[in-house]
Each structure stands twice: as C-alpha cells, then as structure tokens.
Design a protein around this ligand. Structure first.
Ligand code: PLP
Length: 404
C-alpha cells in the first residue's frame, strides 16, 4: 500500500450553502505555517478518513491516526508518553479515573477462577472493587498485611495472578517492602500492581519489581482538584491489551482532562518538593503538640517505616500527614475550628485540605479490618499544599488550642 499522506478535508464555501448547512458543518481552523507553542486539546470524538485504504491503514497501524476518542486520542497519547517516561515504563494508558485505571488492570489480568491478593491497607473503594464486585464474576480475593511479607506468602494460591498494594498507604502512610513483595509475587507466578497515587516522583515502582503502576491522576498529578483521571504504566504488551479492555468497558480518559493533566505535570516536581518540605516541617511541629495523640509521617524518625522511606523515597516523604486526635468528637471540633484549611475529602491540591478517613475514604469498610489497621475516628489526614508553612501552622495551632 502507498504511504498515506495527511489530507485536507474539503471546505464548505459558506456563500454556496443553505443556512442549515452552514450551521451544521464544522468550520475548520485557519491554516498556519507556524505551529502553536502549546498543544491544543483535541476534543473531536471521531476522525474523518480519505477513503477505505486510509481507514484500513490506521486500524492496521500502518499509518498514524486516530479513529474514535474512546479508543485513543492525541491528548491521551501525549499524557501517556510522559507518564511512561516518568515511570520508566515501555508504555502507559489514560483512564477516566483512578478507579477506572485499577479496574482496567484487574479486567485485563483476571478471569473467573483466578485469585488476587490485596493489601488490607488499600483505598476503601479499591477494596470494594476487588473484594466485593470482582467476586460476583468468580474472582477470588484475599487480604494480607502489606507491611508483613510473610502474610502475603500465607495467602498465595495456584491461581494467584495479581498482588496489589499502595506505595504509601492511606491514611497511616505505611511503606511496604516493594522489592520483597515483588519477589514473592514473581516466584508465585503473579504480577505486582502498585497504586502510586500518594507518591508520584518519590520512587519508581516498576524499578522496584512491580509489573503495573497505577495513579489517580485526580490527585497530585492533576494538582488543582479540577480533573478526574487515572493512569497506568507497564509493558507495551500489557498496555496494548489494557487499552483495548479500557475501550470495550468504556474506561478511557477524555481529551480535555488529559490536556489539563499534562498542564498539571509541568509543575508536579516543583509542587511535590514544596509540599514534601512543608509536610515534614508541619509534621515535626505537630508532633510537639500535646493536643495530638500521634502524628503519622514517614519523614519522622518514630514512623515504623522511616528507615525504609529514607532509602526508597527520593526528594521527600510525601505531601500527606495524618494526625490522631483521639476520638470523633475532637476530630470534628478540630475541623470546625480551622479557619483556612477546608474539610474536602480528596488530596493533592495546590491548597492544603483535610480529610477524615473513617467517614470518607474508608466509609462502610469492615470494622474489624479498620480496627486491625488502626483506622480510628480520631484520625485526620492532611494534604499539604503550597501555602506558607507558617500560615498553615498558625491555622492548625489555633484549631488545636480550641480542641484542647
Ligand atoms: C490511593 C487512591 N487510589 C485510587 C483512588 C481513586 O481515584 P479516583 O478518585 O481518581 O477514581 C483514590 C481516591 O481517593 C486514592 O486515594
């Protein structure tokens, strides 16, 4: 087949057309010999072709091009290329949310009769997906304690295909031994999936033995609480399959949010280092407060994973600090007394926000599981943004004084 050259769609001459035709047909953008500095969001759902050879060539990957946005679009390709480069992966894929990204991995890898081992410390909705929804399709699931590799060994089965953990668990920020877990998984013929939402840039899970790395792009990567997106990185073969699954199940991310996420990526390193530095500063200050029962932050020497965090994490210990105020009543009083920091149950924004895991991210989870992992009603999770640390400390201190 002759190489397919880019072609120009014919233009309608408005003078010759009826009003209905003028209104109905798209006006193509003016041609320019100069090119835009900033790539544009390409919102088109569908692409037009010169003829049948052309559409065949695109489907058969003999020519570059897109057909239908759910299958792929230029903004997803641009974002995926950058995520793959950041994660040291062969390829990446863009999904409609963090949950869609996880669902795409699970649907790619698991079938009826298979088994997945999941960290009991995972985000609550991820546990619901694995331990409740997947079961309806005949997929078995067993929880283990990500901080105890022996507990993973104990739950492995012949048909364990996946092992799933988070880099930094929510809300106690436990950092599992990723290379250790990857080796155990590999020896059992399973792949390690790491949800890296809390720690973009701080390490590269694929370098530590994971097969898949998943992000909620809604959080630190987007960075401004104005987009919902998910990202997955892995091998080319895995991503080709996952993109097909994503399209069939309708899990793909849309162009405008992919474009926004690329914009968020531009400042991610700066935002990450600033938030990590402020988080460490505030965690140290908060650990001196008599109003707080405990401060959980991997940068503090008394955190159970501090030594591992110092070796594994590069450039900081993360933007999340969790404090324990003892009970729900004191947590509520603290939230109500804050003047600047809003209770907004997400994370990763340029502004500092807080969440209450027991009533939000872990709502409805098995009480025994919450108890086992110390997720109590007194816990408050702070997501540290870019403000002046002294302004943040002043707001936190006055709210703590009111609680005391
Ligand atoms: C660790 C973690 N993973 C995944 C998700 C799901 O991300 P999304 O809300 O983009 O679906 C969240 C959401 O809070 C999360 O905290």
């Amino acid at each position: 087949m002759d190489p397919i050259e880019p072609f120009s769609a014919p233009r309608v001459s408005p003078a010759q057309a009826a009003p209905e035709t003028i209104c109905a047909r798209p006006t193509l953008l003016a041609e320019s010999t100069s090119v835009p500095l900033v790539p544009a969001p390409q919102l088109s759902v569908v692409y037009r072709f010169e003829g049948l050879d052309h559409v065949d060539a695109v489907y058969q990957r003999q020519a570059d091009g897109f057909v239908y946005a759910r299958d792929g679009h230029p903004n997803a390709s641009a974002l995926a290329a950058r995520i793959a480069a950041l994660e040291g992966a062969e390829a990446a894929a863009v999904c409609a949310s963090g949950m869609a990204a996880t669902a795409a991995v699970l649907l790619s890898e698991l079938g009826s009769g298979d088994h997945i081992a999941f960290a009991e410390q995972l985000y609550g909705k991820t546990i619901s997906l694995i331990d409740r929804e997947l079961r309806r399709f005949g997929i078995e699931a067993t929880g283990f304690d990500a901080t105890r590799p022996d507990s993973l060994v104990a739950v492995l089965r012949d048909r364990t295909r996946l092992v799933m953990v988070e880099t930094l668990s929510n809300p106690l920020l436990r950092l599992p031994d990723l290379p250790g877990l990857a080796t155990i998984a590999k020896n059992a013929g399973a792949k390690l999936v790491v949800d890296h939402t809390f720690a973009p840039l701080l390490c590269r899970p694929l370098d530590l033995g994971a097969s898949y790395v998943v992000h909620s792009g809604t959080k630190l990567i987007g960075g401004h609480s104005d987009l919902t997106l998910g990202l997955v990185a892995g091998s080319q073969e895995e991503m080709d399959r996952l993109r097909g699954i994503g399209s069939t199940f309708g899990l793909s991310g849309n162009p405008f949010e992919s474009w926004l996420a690329c914009r968020g990526l531009a400042t991610l390193p700066l935002r990450s280092s600033r938030s990590c530095a402020t988080a460490l500063d505030l965690a140290s200050r908060l650990s001196r407060s008599s109003a707080i029962r405990a401060v959980h932050y991997p940068g503090l020497p008394n955190h159970p994973d501090h030594d591992r965090a110092r070796t594994v994490l590069q450039g900081g210990f993360g933007a999340i600090v969790t404090i324990d105020l003892g009970n729900r009543h004191r947590a509520d009083a603290f939230i109500r007394n804050l003047r600047q920091i809003p209770f907004a149950p997400s994370l990763g924004d340029v502004a500092t926000t807080l969440s209450h895991p027991a009533t939000t991210s872990h709502r409805g989870q098995d009480p025994a599981l919450l108890d086992r992992h110390g997720i109590t009603p007194g816990l408050i999770r702070l997501s540290i943004g870019l403000e002046d640390p002294n302004d943040l400390a002043a707001d936190l201190e006055q709210a703590l004084a009111a609680v005391s």
